[in-house]
Design a protein around this ligand. Structure first.
Ligand SMILES: [Zn+2]
Length: 293
């Protein structure tokens, strides 16, 4: 960013468009993180405020933003927990854990068809492509979208963000957020890290389809995982480890265990069927071109 500001494009120095100005910190950051929302948003310190009519206290910070505003990974880490459900106070949520054991919780992720409040909760409108329990991600990678799921349904869309120390205690993230760097991985960075591949066959037999193709990680020769989505929702995951000498011939030295076959995926007639390739090291996943079948 500093380099960009020295360039001729003065616009590169302007703060990213957003929804207000972040408050000034009143103390040091607990952790050096990327801001969890992909644009600037204003907020005030509500950690410890009474909630639920005084039956509990607020253990996070509320970052208000329109639905579908990108949420990004605060750090390099692993998705250690993911919940895809409208139910309960939290609704859709995701926990990101860093290598030191700190956790970053994203709560009330989107559950609506964009432009509506229909609560249809299509997975790929809550979580970014390839994001799942156990997925490795890189700081600034888009992991999902702001929403109003759970008990935020009538309070306006926001992400309720929590930080938990390695002992599992919720801590006040106010100063950490006020100091955080605003950063979203660029298209070029994503392209450098995302797997490549091809969805070659989509065959329907009755109510089920079979999907075949290959996928290759950008950096690792290990077999990657692939997930089938039907109408935006994950239905089946497998490891792309079928022998494909032709893929190795086209990618010398990368090994041959990169083919996949996703059989017996139930899909209603006319469904949108997609395959997502999960990167091994994070930084970007790949959605292969979808088919209507
Ligand atoms: Zn909250």
């Amino acid at each position: 960013m500093i380099l960009a500001c020295l360039g001729i494009l003065a616009a590169a120095c302007a703060p990213a468009a957003g929804y207000g100005r972040r408050p000034a910190p009143n103390g040091p950051a607990l952790r050096d993180i990327v801001f969890p929302v992909g644009v600037e948003v204003s907020f005030s310190d509500t950690f410890g405020a009474p909630r639920g009519g005084g039956t509990r206290s607020h253990e996070g910070q509320d970052l208000m933003a329109p639905k579908m505003t990108p949420l990004v990974a605060t750090t390099d880490g692993v998705v250690s927990w993911l919940r895809w459900s409208n139910a309960g106070n939290a609704g859709n949520m995701l926990v990101l854990r860093d290598s030191a054991g700190w956790e970053y919780w994203y709560i009330h992720m989107n559950n609506d068809t964009p432009g509506t409040d229909d609560a249809k909760n299509r997975y790929d409108k809550a979580f970014a492509d390839g994001i799942r329990d156990g997925q490795r991600v890189k700081a600034g990678e888009v992991i999902g979208y702001v929403g109003d799921s759970g008990n935020a349904e009538n309070t306006g869309s926001h992400v309720h963000f929590e930080m938990h120390d390695p002992d599992g205690n919720p801590v006040n993230s106010f100063n950490t957020l006020a100091h955080a760097e605003l950063r979203v991985r660029t298209a070029a960075q994503i392209a450098a890290d995302r797997p490549s591949g091809n969805l070659e066959t989509v065959t329907r037999s009755g109510s089920s389809v079979t999907l075949g193709g290959w996928g290759l990680d950008a950096h690792s020769n290990s077999s990657i995982d692939v997930t089938a989505l039907v109408n935006g929702n994950p239905v089946k995951t497998t490891t792309a480890n079928i022998d494909r000498p032709d893929v190795e011939a086209a990618n010398p030295g990368r090994g041959s265990r990169h083919g996949f076959s996703l059989g017996t995926v139930t899909a209603p007639s006319g469904a949108e069927v997609c395959v997502v390739l999960h990167s091994v090291g994070g930084g970007g996943n790949t959605r292969l071109p979808c088919r209507t079948v």
